[in-house]
Design a protein around this ligand. Structure first.
Ligand code: GLC
Length: 546
């Protein structure tokens, strides 16, 4: 940012008018490479039948909003039949809709409505486990040890043998949500559940499992889904012999070791190749993986040409606020993905992590930083995922104990509060809760009264709101060839800042420091907070035409 010639300055956040813009031609098959995806957590997005819980009808009713926001694709977190032990990630019937969310006809209507607006729809697939209420698991419980029914899951005798009072599980693995990863059944065998006991891991060494997931993939592809988000995509292959893990440094429920041999075993790639083969038998479909693999090079293996199309870059999610940490997260991903010819996939928040506005400090400063981070995210080459509520600048909510539903709360012995704070229903309009999310007085989690200023309606009416910033950014992202290109190069930047060039002359600069920095030269196209004079204020990002 040092090569300054006469800069063009703007006063107030630069907000070009939203126009009926031309979209850049892009091969239809490549739509996902630069797409802006919007994650919908169905319970919390919009309640169409006024029972206090969001649903598919609610999503369909809000499609015009999503079009106005400017997103190109949706990712729907699970809406399948589920006892909801883990917010629907405990699937009892992967090819049906839970009545809480509606029906298959509601899903068809959502797809039709989205496609009519040129919005793609992708759905979650949960291949590591089923619900304990899935018929396969019920059959396994009723069957003998060693039976084909048990072979669909991971049943084993304990270290001290098989008898109803054996007390030593097959290995020392903890469950991600707390407690052991094994539960004993009455005949003395144990079954594996990396997550909650209500989520028994399926056995991918059994070809019946792969065949069943092929059926599930085809079911949603036939119904018009444009792709999948693959839940815990790095967990399907378990280490040979299920050895004990080294728990040195393990911090307990809700945390994970950097090196965790339960995940990211090489065998997982064969399963992902099956996914790709099935997906490629339909035109223009895609899959993104959720793989918490901290090593960039190992993560890149998931997006080799015959595996997944995209994989989330969680290093940016884990990066603390700061130019060095952002630089390292971005650079690592760009380098590793380029080596396999895959686009990067940028995320700031999702339903499993504290919202970024809160992570960056909360309040006014968190909001400023969150807006700045969004301008970084939305200007990077590749695909981006926006989590519902990011565009409103929502923060995590401190919820009272009695409403918490995340299994982590109970299984940690009430020490880890879990993920409900980032799952609070969205505020749509009006001056008091539930802000048009529902007409029921009791949404499934309480919505804070302070969100009156952050409803969709309030933010749409305010040109300086975070929602207006996202709309402008998404419009420019669609319209500017530089932002659709893969061209990226780092620029020299003062301490506390980072800067990069996209295409020949689009410059993005972030000041993550505490003091104003020099503004790079150029015409300000968009800034996350008002620019005054030739300074880039602290906690601000800017897009400039150099
Ligand atoms: C993924 C989901 C998370 C869920 C877990 C188990 O990490 O994002 O919400 O609890 O998988 O399915």
């Amino acid at each position: 940012m040092s090569d300054s010639t006469a800069p063009h300055h703007a006063t107030g956040p630069a907000v070009p008018a939203v126009s009926e813009g031309r979209s850049l031609p892009r091969a239809e098959a490549d739509w996902w490479k630069t797409a802006v995806f919007y994650q919908i957590y169905p319970k919390s997005f919009s309640d169409g039948n006024d029972d206090g819980v969001g649903d598919l009808i609610g999503v369909t009713q809000r499609l015009d909003y999503l079009k106005l926001l400017g997103v190109e694709a949706l990712w729907l977190s699970p809406f399948y039949k589920s006892p909801m032990a883990d917010g629907g990630y405990d699937v009892a019937d992967p090819t049906d809709v839970d009545p809480m969310f509606g029906s298959l006809a509601d899903f068809d209507a959502l797809i039709a409505g989205a496609h009519a607006r040129d919005i793609k729809v992708t759905v979650d697939i949960v291949p590591n486990h089923f619900s304990d209420q899935h018929p396969w698991f019920q059959e396994a419980l009723a069957a003998e040890p060693g039976s084909p029914e048990r072979e669909r899951f991971i049943f084993m005798d304990g270290k001290d043998g098989r008898h109803p009072d054996s007390s030593v599980p097959p290995n020392n693995w903890p469950s991600i949500f707390g407690g052991p990863a094994w539960t004993r059944v009455p005949d003395g065998q144990w079954y594996l559940h990396i997550f909650a006991p209500e989520q028994p891991d399926v056995n991918w060494a059994n070809p019946e499992v792969a065949a069943e997931f092929e059926r599930i993939l085809r079911f949603w592809l036939e119904r018009g889904a444009d792709g999948f988000r693959v839940d815990v995509a790095h967990s399907m292959a378990k280490p040979e012999g299920l050895p004990d893990m080294d728990l040195t440094g393990y911090l307990g429920p809700g945390t994970q070791l950097d090196v965790d041999h339960r995940f990211d075993n090489d065998g997982v790639h064969d399963h992902l190749r099956m996914f790709r083969r099935v997906i490629d038998s339909y035109p223009n479909r895609m899959a993104v993986g959720e793989a918490w693999v901290p090593d960039d090079e190992r993560l890149a293996l998931y997006v080799r040409g015959d595996e997944l199309h995209l994989t989330f870059n969680f290093r940016l999610v884990e990066a603390e606020w700061g130019s060095d940490s952002f630089h390292a997260a971005i650079d690592g991903s760009l380098t590793a993905m380029a080596a396999v010819g895959a686009p990067c996939t940028w995320v700031l928040s999702n339903h499993d992590v504290v919202r970024h506005t809160t992570r960056y400090g909360g309040g006014q400063i968190g909001r400023a930083r969150g807006r700045a981070a969004a301008l970084v995210q939305l200007s990077l080459p590749g695909a981006v995922y926006v989590y519902n509520g990011d565009e409103l600048g929502l923060e995590n909510v401190d919820l009272p104990d009695e409403v918490l539903q995340d299994p982590t709360w109970k299984r940690s012995g009430y020490t880890e509060r879990g993920r409900d704070g980032e799952r609070v229903p969205l505020p749509w309009e009006g001056t008091e809760p539930p802000f048009g999310f529902s007409h029921s007085a009791q949404p499934w989690l309480p919505i804070p009264a302070e969100w009156a200023e952050q409803t969709v309606a309030a933010e749409l009416a305010d040109p300086e709101s975070t929602l207006s910033l996202y709309r402008k950014a998404l419009e420019l992202r669609r319209e500017l060839p530089e932002l659709q290109s893969e061209e990226f190069s780092w620029l020299k930047a003062p301490e506390g800042c980072l800067a990069y060039r996209r295409g020949p002359n689009l410059v993005v600069a972030l000041n993550a420091g505490d003091v104003p920095a020099e503004l790079p030269p150029g015409e300000v196209l968009l800034s996350s907070s008002p620019i005054e004079g030739n300074k880039l204020p602290a906690n601000t990002a800017v897009w400039l035409r150099a």
